[in-house]
Design a protein around this ligand. Structure first.
Ligand code: ADP
Ligand code: MG
Length: 280
């Protein structure tokens, strides 16, 4: 490259070295730092492979686009507050016979986010509700959606604090913002009346906006009326919004957490338990 850079300039034209410096300055001015850093390499490659100008420009801008996408994804994932690194591909369907695999695979296409549909994951502890919620949230963030993950208890606590501090409206805007909001563990802890009202407002605002809300709960739909804030009307109104454009995933299989315990218990029962120091 350097040989070419030294070529004398035609009168009235800009020398290649000068042009190169200007190009670097343009890239820096436009905050295209990754393209600026890649410029020498891309130009060298273009010369070596005799790439047409259009391909060279594309290669240079592709460097910046890739780096920007990575930065945006990192920032979306940081914002999302996922409690664990699980992905949908980590979910072992053979270990959970109580789940509709086709339904989960359909959710994994994320069409429900585009349609503003809600998801209710209902089942007892340990069946993989949080894992699926995290996996869907991560997939959403990776697909470019603004995603936020929280628990019902955390949402209730933040709303209560916001109400006391006079920040209710901005707290509601915060929960209304993400394209996909996952609220984990509804029903694990009793929900006070003000918490149930806050949750209803979040669900209702998001329903009106057409944004997706996913809720995981151990409470079957039939028991919602008595489970939340002792207010059957609020519970019915929440369910009404959630189910109108909603998918219900009921998981009634065995607890994954208790699998190893159950296997041990079964082995003990049938006398096939392998002793730690048993000879082979
Ligand atoms: P829940 O939220 O229903 O109580 P979790 O999603 O927290 O259950 O799952 C409990 C544990 O079991 C987690 O460590 C999770 O990764 C694991 N787990 C549950 N179901 C599966 C599955 N089908 N495949 C792999 N791991 C699973
Ligand atoms: Mg859970």
């Amino acid at each position: 490259m350097n040989g070419d850079l030294q070529a004398p300039a035609e009168p009235g034209t800009v020398s290649e070295a000068e042009c190169y410096q200007r190009l670097r300055a343009h890239l820096a001015f436009l905050n295209l730092a990754d393209a600026a850093a890649a410029l020498p390499r891309v130009l060298d490659q273009a010369r070596t492979s005799k790439l047409p100008l259009i391909n060279t420009l594309e290669a240079l801008l592709a460097v910046e686009v890739t780096a920007t996408e990575e930065r945006k994804l990192t920032s979306r994932l940081r914002f999302a507050c996922l409690p664990s690194p699980w992905r949908l591909t980590d979910f072992d369907f053979s270990a959970q016979p109580g789940i509709d695999e086709a339904l989960i695979r359909d959710l994994a296409t994320l069409r429900f986010i585009d349609e503003g549909a809600n998801v209710l994951l209902i089942g007892p502890p340990g069946v993989g509700k949080t894992m699926l919620a995290v996996g869907l949230a991560r997939a959403g963030a990776e697909a470019g959606h603004r995603v936020y993950f929280t628990t019902a208890a955390d949402l209730a606590a933040r709303c209560r604090k916001a109400a006391i501090e006079g920040r209710w409206a901005s707290q509601m805007r915060f929960y209304a913002g993400p394209r996909f909001l996952a609220i984990d563990e509804l029903g694990y802890l009793p929900l006070a009346a003000d918490a149930a009202a806050a949750l209803f407002q979040v669900i209702n605002t998001r329903y009106t906006n057409g944004s997706s809300t996913l809720i995981t709960t151990n409470v079957g739909i039939g028991s919602w009326a008595t489970a939340f804030g002792n207010d059957p009307i609020v519970a019915a109104a929440m369910l009404d919004r959630l189910l109108h454009r909603g998918v219900v995933v009921a998981i009634d299989g065995p607890s994954y957490r208790l699998r190893s315990h159950q296997a041990r218990a079964e082995n003990l029962r049938t006398g096939t338990e392998v002793k730690p120091h048993a000879s082979r």
